[in-house]
Structures are given as structure tokens and as C-alpha cells.
Design a protein around this ligand. Structure first.
Ligand SMILES: Cc1cc2nc3c(=O)[nH]c(=O)nc-3n(C[C@H](O)[C@H](O)[C@H](O)COP(=O)(O)OP(=O)(O)OC[C@H]3O[C@@H](n4cnc5c(N)ncnc54)[C@H](O)[C@@H]3O)c2cc1C
Length: 372
């Protein structure tokens, strides 16, 4: 089959991977020279730990697919290093304990460690804490370079063409895509992965979707000067991920309000080391549009303080700060919005803060549903 994929982010790229894998011809359009949306602005965390029980099978499948891809394409920078969620209060330890005793804890590779055992796993965590929740399944990739590395591999087949600087403007006859250079791309199947670009063609095709946009602030430091053998998160992340919901989390929320700046910016701490030794640190969440065009310093001060406390050492100089926006399905039962809006024309978006993680499994499912 001839397939046109619109959108060069991770969802579009994974749909291209899946279609090529199944023996089809793919033309891949991206409006920018290179994707520059959420897919390159994220942590690159392949994050299993906090996913809900319902999402877990798809998340584990995605983790498996990332690992396979990472073995085939070293440029992705796949690292199965696991994560530690660092716990600093008894109420946080109770939430982790509850999660680690659930029937699916083994699938996530959960283990509750005391501070000493956690430091054996990640000696860079020299700050004060009580315990940490180990998740063996968490992993990371280098999101700024992963997509070009994947495309390079696809280009080695004779079944893939990447056309950057092409905006898909309209779709006629269900599966012919017209781009802004006046070219028409006829296909048997079109998959449109617009990311957070929810206006224009996406609205025209769907009449609007139950999706909201979320803006996050992030930063990256100079190299740490020592290995960070695992990613880590703070106790606020327990409040954020659905996999930790339960009685212990309700008690945590009731007894220990978040710090005011963390509450105001809907924050958690996630920290992962890049291949160059720098740390990617975040994040905040804002839901009200129009989003600010500038970056707010207060959350950065807070994140720097927490990382400094957990590492027990000063943070290297911050090299970059940025914001990113993702689209998130408003239906809690849908990990992504996936619709066949006309015969042979699929739109797939809205995986939210789990899109990097889930993308290969989402693409596999679309391919199954479309009988590829
Ligand atoms: C700061 C931040 C941190 C995150 N951290 C993580 C994480 O660690 N782990 C995780 O699992 N998820 C994470 N996420 C979520 C994840 O990054 C997103 O869910 C995912 O990248 C969405 O991919 P996408 O391909 O749908 O969107 P995008 O990356 O936005 O890609 C969409 C692409 O489509 C193109 N496009 C749109 N319209 C057209 C058109 N008409 N014609 C041609 N091209 C078009 C755009 O130019 C864009 O390149 C994070 C997100 C952010 C913002």
C-alpha cells in the first residue's frame, strides 16, 4: 500500500516505522525542516512507573518496542536504566509502599528501597531522603536526535521518503494530500499526526476533538561530571501519575499540601541524564490558554533547589531553558485520540505526557486497526 504520514513528531515517525515494517511504501510530510514540537522538547523518558493499570499493557508493549528499536538504531540512545522516585516524608513512603504491593508491581519492576539501597543503585543521590521507589522498567532515549536517527534507518529501505518543509493543506477524495508546494500525494491510507497543532486541517477534518493543550517548562544543565545511573523523580510525581492513586495518596494530599510554587505551577520533579552528561530537569503544567510566551523563573528556582537537595551538591550551570506544548485526550479511557475520519484517513493525537513512551505501541495499534 501507499501510505502518507503527516507530521514528523514521534507519533508520525512511529506510524512510518510500523508501515515500513509491514512492507508498505511511505511518504512522510513535516511542515518544518525537522520536528520541533513536543517530541524533541521532552525528557525522552520511557516511563512505565506511574501509568494506570489500564494503560500498563500498552505501556509495556511500547517499552518492548523501544528496546527493539534501540538495539537496531543506536542513535536513539535507548538506555534501560530504571528510575528512583525519591521519598522524603512518611506519607510519600506510604504511597510507594501501597504501589509496590499491588498485583501489577512486578510488571513495573517496582521495589521499595531504603536510602542506603537507593544510593547503591544511584550513588549520585547524596542528599537526605527516607526511601525510594525503584522502577526497573523505566528507560530513556535521546529525543533531540532519536527521530532523525530513526528516519536514517527508514531511508535505507527503498520504501520511505521524508519530505520536510511541507504543510499538508487539504485532503481530497479521502486519501489525496495536497501540500503547500502544490504537490498532491495520492495514497491508499493517510495517517495525520498533528501533535498540538489542533487548528487548521485537524479541525477541518474532525470538527474539533476532546483534546486540551498543556504547556510545560524545562531546563538542561551542563554535564554533571559524574554518572547518574538512574533517572529520578521527587515525591510530587506520586500526585501526578494515575498509577499511584489510592488511599495512601489521598492521605498524602490531605496531610501534606505541595509547596506553594509547586502547587501553583502543577509541578513534579523529573530528572534524567543526557548522553553528554547534562541533566534534563522539569516540569510544570499549565492548562489555560493563551499560554505565556515567556518563561517563568519561580518554578526553575524551585526545581533547582529540589535537585540540589536530592543530589546533595550544587547543580551545574543551566545551559538551556525551554517550554513545550503537548495535546492531551480529555477522555481518561483513551490513551490517544484515534479516529478514522473518512475511509482511509486516520487522525492520531493527544497522547499527553506519555506520548514519547507510548508512541510505538500506538502506531502498532493503528496499523492493526487499519488492517495494514
Ligand atoms: C516538555 C515536555 C516533556 C515531555 N516529556 C515526556 C516524556 O519524558 N515521556 C513521554 O512519554 N512523553 C513526554 N512528553 C509528551 C510527548 O512529548 C508528546 O506526547 C509527543 O511528543 C507527541 O508527539 P506528536 O508526534 O503527537 O506531536 P509533535 O511532536 O508535536 O509532532 C507533530 C508534528 O506534526 C507537524 N504538523 C502539524 N500539522 C502539520 C501539517 N498540516 N502538515 C505537516 N506537518 C504538520 C508539526 O510540525 C510537528 O512536527 C512531554 C511533552 C513535553 C511538551
Amino acid at each position: 500500500m501507499q501510505i502518507v504520514v503527516i507530521g514528523g513528531g514521534v507519533l508520525g515517525t512511529m506510524h512510518a516505522v510500523e508501515a515500513v515494517k509491514r512492507g508498505h511504501q511511505v511518504v512522510h510530510l513535516e511542515r518544518e525542516p525537522e520536528a520541533r514540537g513536543a517530541s524533541v522538547r521532552n525528557f525522552g523518558l520511557i516511563w512505565v512507573s506511574g501509568r494506570s493499570a489500564v494503560e500498563l499493557p500498552e505501556t509495556l508493549r511500547a517499552r518492548e518496542l523501544w528496546e527493539e528499536l534501540g538495539e537496531r538504531i543506536p542513535g536513539i540512545g535507548f538506555r534501560p536504566r530504571g528510575s528512583l522516585t525519591v521519598l522524603r516524608t512518611d506519607a510519600e513512603v506510604a504511597v510507594a509502599k501501597e504501589a509496590a504491593s499491588r498485583p501489577d508491581a512486578g510488571h513495573r519492576g517496582f521495589e521499595l528501597l531504603d536510602a542506603h539501597a537507593a544510593r547503591e543503585r544511584n550513588p549520585a543521590l547524596r542528599g537526605e531522603f527516607l526511601a525510594a521507589l525503584w522502577c526497573a522498567k523505566d528507560a530513556s532515549v535521546e529525543s533531540r536526535v532519536a527521530l532523525p536517527a530513526i528516519r536514517e534507518q527508514l531511508l535505507l529501505t527503498d520504501r520511505y521518503r521524508y519530505l520536510p518543509n511541507r504543510t499538508a493543506l487539504r485532503i481530497t477524495g479521502s486519501t489525496t494530500v495536497e501540500d503547500d508546494q502544490g504537490d498532491r500525494h495520492s495514497a491508499d491510507l493517510v495517517v495525520f499526526c498533528p501533535g498540538a497543532a489542533l487548528g487548521g486541517l485537524a479541525t477541518e477534518l474532525t470538527g474539533g476533538m476532546a483534546v486540551r493543550r498543556v504547556r510545560l517548562q524545562m531546563m538542561q544543565t551542563e554535564p554533571l561530571g559524574e554518572p547518574l545511573t538512574t533517572a529520578f523523580a521527587d515525591g510530587d510525581s506520586l500526585r501526578y501519575y494515575p498509577g499511584f492513586a489510592g488511599a495512601a495518596l489521598e492521605r498524602l494530599r490531605a496531610e501534606e499540601p505541595q509547596q506553594p510554587v509547586a502547587a501553583a505551577h502543577h509541578m513534579q520533579l523529573l530528572c534524567v541524564q543526557r548522553a553528554d552528561g547534562g541533566l534534563t530537569i522539569g516540569d510544570t503544567h499549565s492548562y489555560d490558554e493563551p499560554f505565556p510566551f515567556d518563561l517563568d523563573e519561580a518554578p526553575y528556582d524551585y526545581l533547582a533547589t529540589v535537585v540540589t537537595e536530592l543530589l546533595g551538591r550544587p547543580l551545574p550551570r543551566v545551559r538551556r531553558r525551554w517550554a513545550g506544548v503537548y495535546a492531551q485526550s480529555l477522555d481518561p479511557d483513551e490513551v490517544v485520540v484515534r479516529r478514522e475520519v473518512q475511509p482511509g484517513l486516520w487522525i492520531v493525537t493527544g497522547p499527553g505526557g506519555r506520548g514519547m513512551t507510548l508512541s510505538p505501541a500506538i502506531a502498532e495499534r493503528t496499523a492493526d486497526l487499519a488492517d495494514l
